[in-house]
Structures are given as C-alpha cells and as structure tokens.
Design a protein around this ligand. Structure first.
Ligand code: MV4
Length: 501
C-alpha cells in the first residue's frame, strides 16, 4: 500500500519542520502554509511548496480552515498533518477534511469530541476500569446536591470545566463556604472561554506528579503504549522540562498505568498518536485526567527511548497501515530529557522576550537532538507561542542524560533575546530535581516568587537552592559560605551519590 502523494502541514515553527523531515525521509512531498509574519520562516523554505494564507494573527491564517482547504485543493495534497495547537484538536476541521475526502493524520472527529468533553471522557473510560479521581462525573445542575457530594468527597475539592483541559477553567475550593461562589465563577469562566458552562467536581489531589503515557493505535485493532513521560516541571501549566522514563514508576506500576492508558484509547476507538494524562498522588495512586488527541510537543523524549519515529507511525496509520511494532517488542532504552527553549525572561516573571536573534548556534555531539526553527538574524514573531526550540538529550541512564543536557545547554549560544536556557540549568542543578524528588509545584515552590507554596524547606535545602538560584540570577557562581572545593563542582556532580543511592 502506498502512503500519501503529498502532505500539507497546517502548522508553523519547529513542529512543522519536524513533520516535514519525516515526510522527506518517506519520499512524500510537503506543502507549507504561512502567515505574512512567517514569510521568511524556515518551515516555508523547508517545504516543497508554500502558500501564504493570511495576516499575522492566527485567527486570520493558521486557524483559517477555508483557506487551508483552498491550498489543499490547489496543491493536490491528499493528507494534512495538523501538528499541535491551532487546528490539531478541532473536530470541526477533522469533519471538514473527511467530507472533502482528505486524510487527517490524526484521530477521528468522534474521538476528539469524546476526549474534548471531560465529563464524557470520564464516563467512557470508567467502563473500561480506568481509575478516576473521586468525584462526580456529571455536570453540576443542583448546587445544594453538589455541596453534599463535595462534603462526602471531603475538601479541598476542585471545580473543573467539562470543556476545559490543560488547566483552563479550574478552581480549588478549600472550604465549604467558598463552594457556591467557586461554582459560579468556574461556570462563567467556562461559558466565556468555551461557550459551555458545564462544570464538575473532583477531590483535589495534593502534591501530584504529572505522568502521561504515549499511546499509538492503528485501524486494525492494535493499541500499544510507548511508556510514560514525566512532565511535572511546569509553571502555570506550561511544561518546561520533560523526561522519559519517570524516576517514580516501578515496572509494575508502569505496566498497570500503561494498560489503563491503552484502555482509554480503546474507550474512544482511538487512531494514531495520543497521550493519556494521569495524576499520581503522593500515596502512589494514579488517576486518569484527560487524553490529548494530538502529537505532543514532548514526543521526542519518547522517540529517544523507543527508537521509533512517531510521525512516521502516524502517517502509516492514517494511510491504513498497521503499527510497525507490538507491545512486547517495545523496550525502554536509556533515558531522555527535554528542555523547552522559549523566548521569555525567567528573571522578569517569564514575560515574552521580543527581539531579533543575533547569535544562534545550537549544540551538537553525542546524544543531542535539537528541534528548532530559527537562524541568526530572525525576528521572533510576537503573534504565536514563544517556544523557539526543544533541546533533547539521550543517555544510557538518567544521570548521563542530565549531564548531556547540561553540557548541551552550555554549548547553546543564543543572543539578542532572553530564553529559558539558564532556567533549565537551575532546574537541572537543583538537588530535589536531581534526586527525582519533585512534583507539579516544583517551580512555584523553588522559584516563582508570585506563587509561593507554604512549605518549610530544611536548612540544607535552603542553602542548596539559594546557591543554585543565586547562580541563576547573577550568572556567577556564589562564593560565600561554601568551601572552595565544593563550589568548583556543579551541584549535580556533588549530589551524584545521593542520586545514585
Ligand atoms: C487536578 C489536580 C489535582 N486534583 N485534578 C491541571 C491540568 C489539567 N489537565 C488538570 N490539572 C490538575 N488537575 C485533581 N483532581 C491538579 C492539576 C494540576 C496539574 C496537573 C498536571 C500538571 C500540573 C498541574 C499543575 C497544577 C494543577
């Protein structure tokens, strides 16, 4: 069976180039679309053909289904890869393509609809025995009945928008007297953001880790999981560091969670690459959160530890071919860690950093992968996500992967704009990160001054963290209070033993 004649990539930036690379390897010509702000972008030059579809604002370009369809017809593309963001989880777009006889490299609109509705998705996966956070899997209609249920669950509870996801439309309720107000606020936020005011409640899981499973399904009944990614290092739902495998999971827990992830995919008759998100509580219990029906930003770490090309698998599945592997054939090979490089200033509340790239020289060498989209002299467009590159390091174990990632961060030369590169160093040098001892509050706890969690660190933690933070803020190694022989080593080296033990 042949794959596709021509693939249109309905996206921009590093992910557009990432997808085109695989197309090139498969011998499939590519079509780029771009906005006026992206005239000189690398994804435009990488493609075999490129079409301007509008002005800078995404609502007038990358989100214009009508113009993308026009380009599909003009270019003769028979398949579309949506990347992530933009139209990637838009069931309406998936339906439009289906109607026009164009293949979407992604799941069906029915799967997208089901997983886009958090209440429906919880109801569907529950039938497959997937563990859920205690709560009600129905929209709240009667506030008084809901309060009774909240009392049974026990405070704190979380009010979530059914149409939400990725942290949008959530409200923590610490005590009974806040309950009805929180429901009202969540409802009106949800109405405004999603046009749907359905909300539901869950037990609030404290100190959770965010662990997600990559799954792949074909249209022949095969569903596999490609192990997990640990994504707990985030700031306000923006992931910063991702790794695979998770230092937290035993082989036994990995199997159980992987099986649950496969069942989630079965519950929505999934096709292609998807991600099942779980929360893992400090008690070791895990709960299904949501499923993302797209290829994710952090997919390279999974590619590094499995040796697979997920985009290639996606294209094959969309063309009706079976997966190239079975579950039994998949083995975790080593460890991979990714740092997102964003044009923002961690020292200025992570505000977007606008400007022109002066120097730009990505790192090279063993075990290093860079997925990027910039070259020297380019201006960072302000209209889109400010992630300009992903730096991924692979090593035979976690320690080696971390050493490589730090080495690669050191090699990376970016001037002209502020980036999260040095912030990545701060995380990688932090003793708690090195020890694998962190949760989703890590950045808030150790860095974010506006969002301090009420925890009392030990004296040793304070010293270690302040040294690392001071190094980060000033760019200089701190000399006070530390013996010279200790300063001369980076923290991750000094803490090597504690990590290994
Ligand atoms: C939760 C939770 C605690 N308890 N649900 C955030 C994103 C969305 N996918 C769901 N999220 C959460 N749901 C219950 N019942 C905490 C979060 C959460 C979180 C989850 C994953 C990664 C980072 C997070 C940061 C804050 C809150």
């Amino acid at each position: 069976m042949s794959l596709f004649k021509k693939i249109l990539i309905a996206n921009r930036g590093e992910i557009a180039i990432r997808v085109m690379r695989t197309c090139k390897e498969l011998g499939i010509p590519t079509v780029a679309v771009y906005s006026e702000a992206d005239r000189n972008a690398l994804h435009v030059r990488y493609a075999d053909e490129a079409y301007c579809i509008g002005t800078a604002a995404s609502s007038d370009s990358y989100l214009r289904q009508d113009r993308i369809l026009e380009v599909i017809q003009k270019s003769g593309a028979d398949a579309v890869h949506p990347g992530y963001g933009f139209l990637s989880e838009n069931a309406g777009f998936a339906r439009l393509l289906r109607e026009k006889g164009v293949a979407l490299i992604g799941p069906s609109p029915e799967s997208m609809d089901m997983m886009g509705d958090k209440i429906r998705s919880k109801q569907a996966v529950e039938k497959y025995g997937v563990p859920l956070v205690p709560g009600i899997n129905e929209a709240i209609t009667d506030d008084h009945a809901a309060l009774d249920i909240a009392r049974q669950i026990g405070f704190p509870v979380l009010v979530k928008a059914s149409a939400g996801g990725g942290g949008k439309g959530m409200r923590v309720v610490h005590a009974e007297h806040e309950f009805s107000q929180a429901i009202q606020t969540a409802r009106s936020e949800a109405k405004g953001a999603f046009g749907d005011d359905s909300v539901f409640i869950e037990k609030y899981v404290g100190g959770p880790r965010h662990i997600e499973f990559q799954i792949m399904a074909d249209n022949h009944g095969n569903v596999c999981h490609l192990f997990e990614r640990e994504c707990s290092i985030q700031r306000r739902h923006q992931k910063l560091v991702e790794e695979a495998p998770s230092a937290l999971l035993s082989p036994e827990l990995r199997n159980r969670m992987g099986q649950a992830a496969v069942n989630v995919a079965k519950a929505c008759q999934y096709s292609g690459a998807g991600t099942v998100e779980f929360l893992v509580g400090d008690d070791g219990n895990f709960y299904f959160l949501e499923m993302n029906t797209r290829l994710q930003v952090e997919h390279p770490v999974t590619e590094c530890i499995t040796g697979l090309d997920l985009v290639k698998e996606q294209i094959r599945v969309a063309a009706g071919l079976p997966l190239t592997f079975t579950q039994d054939e998949l083995k975790i090979q080593g460890h991979a860690m990714e740092l997102r490089i964003c044009a923002e200033d961690p020292n200025n509340n992570f505000l977007p950093s606008v400007g022109t790239l002066m120097d730009y020289m990505p790192p090279k060498g063993p075990g290093v992968r860079v997925d990027d989209c910039m070259e020297p002299g380019m201006e960072i467009p302000i209209y889109y996500d400010n992630m300009i590159a992903k730096l991924i390091a692979w090593g035979e174990d976690r320690e080696t992967a971390m050493q490589r990632l730090l080495r690669a961060i050191d090699e990376y030369r970016i001037t002209g704009i502020e980036t999260t590169l040095d912030f990545g160093k701060f995380v990688l040098n932090h003793p708690d990160f090195i020890a694998g001892n962190f949760d989703t509050h890590f950045i808030a706890k150790h860095f974010d001054p506006e969002n301090q969690a009420p925890v009392a660190p030990t004296a040793a933690e304070i010293l270690a963290a302040s040294m690392a933070a001071a190094t980060f803020f000033t760019g200089k190694k701190q000399s006070a209070q530390m013996p010279v022989e200790q300063q001369s080593q980076p923290l991750w080296l000094k803490n090597r033993k504690s990590y290994l033990s």
